[in-house]
Design a protein around this ligand. Structure first.
Ligand code: AMP
Ligand code: ZN
Length: 468
């Protein structure tokens, strides 16, 4: 029985059955990082979502061509086509070249996603290595009469594209009426830069010759140019965070569809935000932000964070707090212990393939329903508790489900528990109390240790500290 994949498509605001353009194949494009700083854990939530989507497509037998860009030029500090180029700005701040900055933060990002067990894309592409494709795209738009020139660049005239604003359900009239912000020479607020000129006083490091003068491409242009270069003018799925809907993706659709005269993408899938319990949205411009390394330094593993992300549906906000992360870490640790227990008690007799097949189908139905990870995790826990299944069967199922979760359950080892120094001291104090026959104090200390999650086992060779 073929179980359809249902995906919530931002284009129609409906859950739809996924139908690929070419049977058995999927072209998938994900907006990648702007490499002027480390990724924060909110960004990483979006890349974990991308990974789950891709793993589900692979699980369903699709051959997935996944393209991800690296924005190393053109992303300005303001969505209004003003402000500084983020990468150039960081280069000045760190007294490095823009190339060094981009290289450094690209590697940091790639290391983060590797640690999170995110499958790498089939193709990485950098904006700076696709300038020719971007210039060609502008020329196509120019030929069709959709561009105009101002003192600072070449702009896309959104008023000429009749569907402009439809995707994000933008209220263009209200936008115009309420436009208080400076739009300079732009004809309307929603028009966006395709090419920005560079001026000598800016002392830009990244600039290229073009038919319109020296300059650099606008941010939205790179994603249209590179996705079409690798996936064709019409492809299956495009992803990003929800903040990309109103500007970045609206603009990608406008310029791509005008240039080719074709529908650009069939399914647009967007991940909701990770929010902080006190400050709301996590953002880099706000200064302090949490990155994967911060979590590692606080003794959380990257996979603890991955498990945490699986506990919420990708279309819901996910509230970050240390307490919530602790709960996920504890649940994941419990999961690993249970997997180990099952693994250590495998029966010698064979598995019942029919039973396994049925459970796999139930699992597939859950994940194919718009990536329902919380329900998939609950299903996993039910398998563990299921007394009708043999350990052989449970183990086979768990490893199979982990193709989606990506929690490396096949590598689970007996955890080396780290005993905190203060617990060791309390245990030693208790031992001394026992030796001097102060059993009241010894019991009190044992209780104190227990409250902190550890247990003292007295053996003939002395005492042992165990984790509860
Ligand atoms: P950027 O590097 O700023 O281009 O962002 C990389 C990705 O992270 C984009 O897909 C954004 O939509 C996404 N993103 C930004 N902030 C958050 C957040 N707080 N939670 C989840 N995703 C985010
Ligand atoms: Zn993009």
């Amino acid at each position: 029985m073929k179980i359809p994949i249902k995906l919530y498509n931002t284009l129609t605001r409906k859950k739809e059955t996924f139908k690929p353009i070419k049977a058995g194949k999927v072209g998938l494009y994900s907006c990648g990082p702007t490499v002027y700083n480390y990724a924060h854990i909110g960004n990483l939530r979006t890349y974990i979502f991308n990974d789950i989507l891709k793993r589900i497509l692979l699980y369903n037998g699709y051959d997935v061509k996944h393209v991800m860009n690296i924005t190393d030029v053109g992303h300005l500090t303001s969505d209004e086509d003003e402000g500084e180029d983020k990468v150039e700005m960081e280069a000045k701040k760190e007294h490095k070249t823009a190339i060094e900055i981009a290289k450094f933060y690209s590697r940091a990002f790639q290391s983060d996603i590797e640690q999170l067990n995110i499958l790498p894309p089939s193709i990485w592409c950098k904006a700076t290595e696709h300038i020719a494709e971007q210039i060609t795209l502008i020329q196509q738009l120019e030929k069709k009469g959709y561009t105009y020139k101002t003192a600072d660049g070449i702009y896309f005239d959104t008023s000429k594209f009749k569907n402009y604003g439809k995707f994000a359900k933008l209220k263009i009239k209200q936008l115009k009426a309420g436009a208080r912000i400076k739009i300079g020479e732009k004809k309307s607020k929603t028009d966006f830069a395709l090419w920005k000129f560079s001026f000598p006083e800016q002392k830009r490091q990244m600039e290229w010759q073009s038919p319109w003068g020296k300059g650099f491409p606008g941010w939205h242009l790179e994603c249209s140019a590179m996705s079409m270069r690798y996936l064709g003018e019409h492809f299956d799925i495009h992803t990003g965070g929800i903040d990309h809907i109103p500007v970045h993706h609206e603009n990608e659709i406008a310029q791509s569809e005008v240039a080719t005269g074709k529908k650009f993408v069939n399914y647009w899938i967007h991940a909701n935000f990770l929010v902080m319990s006190d400050e709301g949205k996590m953002s880099k411009s706000a200064g302090e932000f949490l990155r994967l390394q911060t979590l590692i330094e606080k003794n959380y593993s990257p996979l603890d964070y991955r498990y945490f992300c699986l506990t919420a549906h990708y279309r819901s906000e996910l509230l970050f707090s240390w307490q919530n992360l602790d709960a996920a870490k504890a649940a994941f640790s419990n999961m690993k212990n249970k997997v180990l227990e099952v693994k250590q008690n495998l029966e010698v007799t064979g598995t019942r393939t029919e039973k396994i097949k049925k459970k796999k189908e139930e699992f597939k139905k859950i994940i194919n329903d718009d990536l329902n990870m919380p329900a998939a995790l609950a299903f996993f826990w039910n398998i563990l508790k299921n007394e009708e299944l043999k350990n052989n069967e449970k183990y086979a199922l768990m490893l199979n489900f982990d193709h989606i979760f990506g929690l490396q359950l096949d590598k689970v080892k007996k955890e080396e528990i780290e005993i905190p120094e203060k617990i060791k001291q309390l245990a030693e104090k208790r031992e001394q109390a026992r030796k001097s026959k102060d059993f009241k104090l010894a019991d009190e200390l044992r209780e104190k240790i227990k409250k902190q999650g550890f247990w003292i086992d007295d053996t003939e060779q002395g005492y042992e500290i165990k984790k509860i």
